[in-house]
Design a protein around this ligand. Structure first.
Ligand code: FES
Length: 104
């Protein structure tokens, strides 16, 4: 059965090159609008559980602003120490100009 998508925000709120974090179902979700499209990941770093919201996004990777670990936005993989665990990634889609995320 396909997962359920939840409305995140209007597409116009996240122009290309920007990102937005919001809490959905008690989880911090970060949606990044990159040149390669939209990616939804956890808004919390897997190393010491700090917010990733203000991390720099480049080439489909986000850098944690706290200790500098990078994560692949498509897979969630941790690319640098000190992070060793991936971050969750979520399916994201656009429906009627709304960004929707599937947390399943
Ligand atoms: S909290 Fe993100 S790298 Fe340490």
């Amino acid at each position: 059965m396909p997962g359920e998508f939840t409305r995140f925000c209007a597409l116009a709120e996240i122009p290309k090159g920007s990102k937005k974090a919001a809490k959905l179902d008690d989880k911090w979700v970060l949606v990044c609008h990159t040149n390669d499209g939209l990616f939804a990941v956890s808004g919390i770093c897997s190393h010491q559980e700090k917010p990733l919201f203000n991390g720099r996004v480049r080439n489909c990777k986000i850098t944690c602003p706290v200790h500098g670990a990078r994560f692949d936005l498509a897979t969630g993989a941790a690319l640098d120490l000190p992070a060793t665990k991936p971050i969750p990634t979520y399916e994201v889609r656009v429906s009627d100009d709304w960004i929707e995320v599937c947390l399943d």
